[in-house]
Design a protein around this ligand. Structure first.
Ligand code: NAI
Length: 463
């Protein structure tokens, strides 16, 4: 007889581990299967957390080199000890993954170590042992999308995984794809001294973001030394001696050219990861992009099997997966778990940061909705001046008739922190006027959000 649980979650990323903890809080007997030696999935081990550690280190270095002198702080013999920087990143990751292990123990979630494989619609096998559960939740995440002609070796031609592990600052880093990964990891190595060239298929960077913000973002990154080749596709990459020769072509046709790089980072998106799960044994259906098909309550076509996070449709974001994990655990406990997909923030952790929630101007236009725009620059904010962080602005969009907030788009210092207020406003169905009439502490960057809300009604105070 297979050992039986109320819930088995497959995968311990932010979707899976949060779902396991919430289900345990609700009194269920829970197991979580993880094949990696540490818990936390892509986010904690090879994604969000290690990249943020390196972004912080490289930002500190850049500030010391370029920002401190203006404050009257001088330093000589500034150098990079990349081995220490990487070791610190490892320590940050280790503390986070151990933290999940502690939370599992605290909540009595059983960690089944090994790879889960369906043997039937109600049973899985992990390391040769069979386990059964009333509900099995697939939370196996995603994996880097491959590109024909570009063979990843994680040494010279890398995905985000290899780009986080480099033991030398590349002379020339060529990034394929001007999305979130390409720009964040491009920033890390640019700040540490690499030349960075970004090849993007479309004629703009960060396609999901508000177009005006994207344009300004590109200008700021260009000032930082990023080189962009938009409207180009990569057709091949070959390692020759100590270089990687990358062939690119205009997306709309034209002459090919070759660019030599030291390291090539492939960052053209991610695919749902279901390899090795043996979904066929359970009869679970996937869609045309390999994602597990679910209904609005995360149920697959097989009764008792559910899926959440990157492996299903929707934005591939850790916090989206977490929300789904909580919602599903609550649904399975007979409660009314729910995710508001209209209020999921997204953040690009570059300098300055870029953050967004709700709809873009392009989406509002496409939907035929009449809207008002309020914008306010960080340049006119006292705190931003004191910080010396003048790039960027807050842009709020609200319904022309009702003033209900429809979208918030921020490029600037701590945009990722500031978007939380806008997300809450959206979640509560607030109007721009509600935000404008809320007292914001002075002097803080959050006043830029308030001023943008005032600007929606044409009455900003400090510009
Ligand atoms: P992405 O979808 O953000 O960007 C990929 C870019 O590559 C797009 O601009 C696309 O037009 C371009 N592209 C596609 N095919 C191409 C080709 N053949 N040649 C040149 N360009 C091409 O994907 P990315 O950056 O790989 O990130 C993957 C996922 O991870 C995303 O869903 C992202 O949201 C998530 N992520 C989120 C982070 C955050 O929230 N801060 C950080 C890192 C990743």
């Amino acid at each position: 007889m297979a050992e039986t649980f109320d819930i088995i979650v497959i995968g311990s990323g932010p979707g899976g581990y949060v779902c396991a903890i919430r289900a345990a809080q609700l009194g269920m007997k829970v197991a979580c299967v993880e094949k990696r030696a540490t818990l936390g999935g892509t986010c904690l081990n090879i994604g969000c957390i290690p990249s943020k550690a390196l972004l912080q280190s490289s930002e500190n270095f850049h500030e010391l080199q370029h920002g401190f002198a203006d404050h009257g702080i001088t330093a000589s013999n500034i150098g990079i000890d990349l081995a220490r920087m990487q070791a610190r990143k490892g320590e940050v990751v280790g503390a986070n993954t151990k933290g999940i292990e502690f939370l599992f123990k605290k909540n009595k979630v059983t960690w089944l170590k090994g790879e889960a494989k369906f043997s039937s619609p109600t049973e899985i096998e992990v390391a040769g042992t069979a386990y059964a559960a009333k509900s099995i939740i697939i939370a196996t995440g995603s994996d880097s999308a491959p590109l024909r002609g570009v063979t990843v070796d994680e040494q010279r031609i890398v995905t985000s995984t290899g780009a986080l592990e480099l033991d030398k600052v590349p002379g020339h880093l060529l990034v394929i794809g001007a999305g979130v990964i390409g720009l964040e990891l491009g920033s890390v190595w640019r700040r540490l001294g690499a030349e960075v060239t970004v090849i993007e298929y479309l004629d703009r960077i960060t396609p999901g973001l508000d177009a005006e913000i994207s344009k300004n973002f590109q200008q700021i990154l260009t000032k930082q030394g990023f080189r962009f080749k938009l409207g180009h596709k990569v057709t091949g990459a070959t390692v020759e001696g100590d270089k990687v020769n990358v062939t690119i072509e205009p997306a709309k046709g034209g002459d090919a050219e070759t660019i030599a790089a030291d390291i090539v980072l492939l960052a053209i998106g991610r695919n749902a990861y279901t390899a090795g799960l043996n979904l066929e044994a359970a009869g679970v259906e996937t869609d045309e992009r390999g994602r597990v098909k679910t209904d609005a309550h995360y149920a697959t076509n097989v009764p008792g099997i559910y899926a959440i996070g990157d492996v299903i449709a929707g934005p591939m974001l850790a916090h989206k997966a977490e929300e789904e994990g909580v919602a599903l655990a609550e649904i399975l406990a007979g409660q009314h778990g729910h995710v508001n997909y209209g209020a999921i923030p997204s953040v690009v952790y570059t300098w300055p940061e870029v953050a967004a929630v709700g709809q873009t101007e392009e989406e509002l236009k496409a939907a035929g909705l009449a809207y008002k725009v309020g914008k306010f620059p960080f340049m006119a904010n006292g705190r931003a001046r004191a910080m010396g962080a003048l790039d960027g602005y807050v842009k709020l969009l609200s319904d022309k008739e009702t003033d209900k907030l429809l979208g918030a788009h921020i490029i600037g210092p701590d945009a990722g922190g500031l978007i939380a207020e806008c997300t809450l406003a959206l979640e509560f169905g607030a109007s721009a006027e509600d935000v404008a009439r809320t007292c914001h502490a002075h002097p803080t960057l959050s006043e830029v959000v308030k001023e943008a809300a005032l600007a929606v009604d044409g009455r900003p105070l400090h510009i």
